[in-house]
Structure formats: structure tokens, C-alpha cells
Write a protein that binds this ligand. Structure first.
Ligand SMILES: NC(=O)c1ccc[n+]([C@@H]2O[C@H](COP(=O)([O-])OP(=O)(O)OC[C@H]3O[C@@H](n4cnc5c(N)ncnc54)[C@H](OP(=O)(O)O)[C@@H]3O)[C@@H](O)[C@H]2O)c1
Length: 215
């Protein structure tokens, strides 16, 4: 696993790019406006990073991160992501994304939508409940007491193991919430969404989460 493709170069995409290059990965990062608009970021990131189109990032990545406003998930290219691990950071904000009926009625979850769009990819939900700035300030070495933990969810166990290892490299413990359909337990307005939590605390937050309809 040497290259991480990143689709979305905003708050989260740029921070994950910083963590990736700091941990020895190559990065191909992209946005909606094109690589020319990312020259400042890639010059900050240094020689292990380059800007590309969305297709470049999707093709180049051994792992690919999708970190864009949820409303645009259908623009993510399908074929270049076949068989790849795709990390989904996205959250649903109706005021930004418009209303999505299946999310409003809670018959699916954000990452299941992306998985349905990318049927042959291995989607793992991760990095959705930490503020972007904290990604580069809250990480600590493996084994640190009270280390911050982050939730992962996914339907492919091997993919989750790989992403948990990535989280560990980036400075965080991983707590497995189960399959993608359990991802609602860490969605917006749940107890674990936002604050710094250890693995033990996060497990309690996941258990205490309530559906929007039950809040
Ligand atoms: N901000 C946080 O602290 C935070 C924390 C956890 C999760 N999240 C979630 O993670 C996702 C990204 O959040 P963010 O705060 O990083 O967003 P952001 O700062 O608004 O950045 C969004 C990025 O996505 C790009 N983009 C938009 N549509 C695209 C498309 N169709 N194809 C390729 N790139 C596209 C934008 O490129 P252009 O600028 O060129 O349009 C921009 O680089 C959201 O779903 C958000 O809810 C955010």
C-alpha cells in the first residue's frame, strides 16, 4: 500500500494528505476544479504528493478516500475503484446536501449509499466524526494511554483491518462498529460525533446512539 488517492481536497482531504505523506505514503489528491487549483497544497505536501484529476486519484490510489459533500457522491468514478478499498468520510447535512429520502427515512446510511454506487469496491466508513483540524493534533503513538479512537464500519473484514492499520499509523485507535449498516451509530448528532473519545468511551457512545426518529 504505497499510494493513497484522495477525492476531495478540502478540510478533511488536505488533512488526510498531510498525515499520509508524513507516514511515508504517496498521495494523488483531486478536487472538482482541477489540479491547477491545488498547486499551493501540493507544494506544501512535498515530493510524495501530486495533484491530479478525480480519475487520476481514483486510478493511482491503492486506497482511495472519498471526502466530498455527500450530495456529489454519484460523480465518484466507479470502474477505476473496482476491487479497491474506498474510505468514506462523508456525512449528511440536508441544508448542504439537499434532502435524500432514504437518509431522511433512515432506511439506509451514508456509506451504504456510496457502497451501492461502487458495488465492486470495499467501502470503509472512517474519519467522519473528527474535526478536520484535530486530525493533525490529536494523533498519538500506538500504545499511548487514553489514546483517541475513531470508528470504522464496513462489510469487508480484510478492508477494515487495512484501514484500522492506517488509523494506527495516523495516530488513532480503531473501534469497529460492524457492517456499513451500523454506520448510523456515528452519524451527525450521535454521542460520539465530534468529541475526543478513547476506544472504551467510543464503544459506549456507539451503544447509546439513537436513530433520529427516536431522539
Ligand atoms: N470538516 C470536517 O471537520 C469534517 C469532519 C468529518 C467529516 N466531514 C465530511 O467529509 C466530507 C468533506 O468535508 P470537508 O469539510 O473536507 O469539505 P470541504 O472543505 O467543503 O471540501 C470539499 C472538497 O470536495 C471537493 N469536491 C466537491 N465536489 C466534488 C466532486 N464531485 N468531485 C471531486 N471533488 C469534489 C471540493 O473541491 P472544489 O473546492 O474544487 O469544489 C473540495 O476540495 C463531507 O461529507 C463532510 O461532511 C467533514
Amino acid at each position: 500500500m504505497s499510494t493513497i488517492g484522495i477525492i476531495g481536497a478540502g478540510h478533511i482531504g488536505s488533512q488526510l494528505a498531510r498525515l499520509a505523506v508524513a507516514n511515508g505514503y504517496h498521495v494523488v489528491i483531486s478536487n472538482s476544479r482541477g489540479p491547477d487549483t491545488l498547486s499551493e497544497l501540493v507544494s506544501e505536501l512535498g515530493p510524495r504528493a501530486r495533484a491530479g484529476t478525480v480519475l487520476d486519484a481514483a486510478r493511482a490510489g491503492d486506497i482511495v478516500v472519498v471526502t466530498i459533500p455527500l450530495k456529489n457522491y454519484r460523480t465518484v468514478p466507479v470502474e477505476p475503484l473496482a476491487d479497491k478499498i474506498v474510505i468514506d468520510t462523508n456525512n449528511y447535512y440536508p441544508q448542504r446536501d439537499g434532502h435524500i429520502a432514504e437518509l431522511d427515512n433512515e432506511s439506509t446510511t451514508t456509506s451504504e449509499l456510496l457502497q451501492a454506487h461502487l458495488p465492486t469496491s470495499k467501502v470503509v466508513k472512517a474519519f467522519n466524526h473528527i474535526y478536520a483540524a484535530a486530525l493533525t493534533t490529536d494523533g498519538q503513538p500506538s500504545g499511548t494511554t487514553n489514546r483517541r479512537a475513531l470508528v470504522i464500519a464496513g462489510d469487508d473484514l480484510a478492508a477494515k483491518t487495512t484501514v484500522a492499520h492506517l488509523l494506527d499509523q495516523f495516530g488513532f485507535d480503531a473501534v469497529d462498529a460492524g457492517p456499513l449498516k451500523q454506520g448510523w451509530r456515528i452519524q451527525r448528532d450521535t454521542p460520539g460525533y465530534g468529541p475526543r473519545r478513547t476506544a472504551e468511551e467510543l464503544r459506549k457512545d456507539l451503544a447509546a446512539a439513537r436513530r433520529y426518529a427516536d431522539q
